[in-house]
Design a protein around this ligand. Structure first.
Ligand code: G6P
Length: 374
């Protein structure tokens, strides 16, 4: 396995740019389309004996920490839509603090890049004691979480060295989208949707390659933001997770205060922070939440916030009428896969901000790649 930096200066930079390849590896052998087998399907061998139980579960509970939690949050809507099973979210430490309810009839899905995070591992022990079916989604074959879960899927993103997770995040989302397809039934009503998602998955590495071309644009943006005290990121729906994850990248490597927020909550508090000194990124790519995001943009503009709007290609005028603020145009993909595209410019922004601010990109102060103590 290639774990040197190649032509890149930092591992984080390399890992951001290798996402077209890491996503291909994640999907290899798991998506079936055309040929003698006409139906478009998903094969997840590690789960094949457990789908019946998963479909009959009372709930699917996603459990993780940090970026892995955010990846699960990004996949939650599509899992709910295709499986019809209620999906709840648990931050591992919070589940343990509360000793929250986990039932025999639950499917508990543990998401962890390293497969060794202590909080997630303890939450797994707790879920096993409570009799839930435990599924692992990790990037590390033979890791503790991979070994102790009943079944699972490896994300196969390749070794990730940078402390800030990038390629593992996008591969985790893709695995969970495939999980949603595999759990969901083959009903006629969902067939078109399923096929569109599978086509979208096949094309995703190309679209990621396209969005990576924003590298220089994100470097220019980083130059403008280098001295900011604070950065807010607003998202909703499929891209609520993108807001959390984008802000997490900026805070963990660029050491800049940054918060991801649910745009639907803007008027319940965060709006008070907005004035001409605050920079806000709003994610407003095309999906069923678009018109609501347009209204959020209007309200933030009315309070003189300095706006950066991420929108679908060709959509700058509708997303940001009047040309106020700066626009980041990204390729549009199937709505549930859009978080994979939208995080890339924010990863690039965090990377460039860090380098320009002179901080250590691959080993941010106080952080570890894998937190193995509670
Ligand atoms: C640490 C890392 C994060 C990571 C989190 C969960 O905090 O610094 O980048 O997202 O752990 O790690 P895991 O290996 O469980 O995904």
């Amino acid at each position: 396995e290639q774990i040197n930096k190649g032509n890149y200066e930092h591992y984080m930079q390399k890992e951001i740019h290798e996402q077209p390849e890491s996503l291909k590896t994640t999907m290899r052998g798991r998506l079936i389309r055309g040929g003698s087998c006409k139906a478009k399907t998903v094969l997840l061998g590690g789960l094949k004996d457990h789908f019946k139980t998963i479909r009959r579960s009372r709930r699917i509970v996603f459990i993780g920490c940090g970026t892995s939690y955010n990846a699960a949050l990004a996949a939650r809507p599509i899992l709910e839509e295709l499986s019809g099973v209620p999906v709840t979210m648990e931050i591992a430490s919070d589940l343990l603090d509360r000793q929250g309810p986990i039932y025999r009839e639950d499917t508990a899905v543990f998401v962890s890049q390293s497969g060794e995070t202590a909080d997630t591992l303890h939450a797994l022990e707790y879920a096993l004691e409570n009799g839930a079916l435990c599924v692992g989604i990790t990037n590390t074959v033979g890791s503790a979480i991979a070994r102790h879960t009943h079944c699972g899927v490896h994300i196969n993103a390749g070794a990730e060295i940078g402390v800030a997770s990038t390629k593992a995040y996008t591969s985790q989302i893709v695995v969970m989208a495939m999980l949603a397809l595999a759990i969901g039934g083959d009903s006629i009503t969902s067939q078109t949707r399923r096929e569109a998602i599978i086509d979208g998955l096949f094309d995703l590495p190309n679209k990621v390659r396209e969005v990576l071309k924003l590298d220089q644009e994100m470097k220019d943006l980083a130059k403008l933001l280098i001295a900011e005290q604070s950065l807010l990121v607003f998202g909703r729906g499929y891209n609520y997770a993108t807001a959390l994850e984008g802000a997490l990248k900026v805070k963990e490597v660029a050491l800049m205060h940054s918060e991801g927020m649910l745009a639907g909550e803007m008027k319940h508090g965060p709006l008070a922070l907005v004035d001409e000194n605050l920079t806000i990124i709003v994610i407003a790519t095309r999906d069923s939440c678009f018109s609501k995001q347009q209204s959020v943009i209007q309200q933030l503009h009315a309070r003189k916030g300095r706006l950066i709007v991420m929108c679908s290609k060709g959509d700058a005028v509708s997303a940001c009428p009047g040309g106020f603020g700066r626009v980041i145009e990204v390729p549009q993909v199937e709505d549930c896969l859009q978080p994979v595209i939208n995080i890339v410019p924010l990863q690039l922004l965090a990377y460039h901000l860090t380098v320009l601010r002179g901080y250590n990109v691959d080993q941010p102060r106080n952080l570890a790649k894998s937190v193995t103590t509670q």
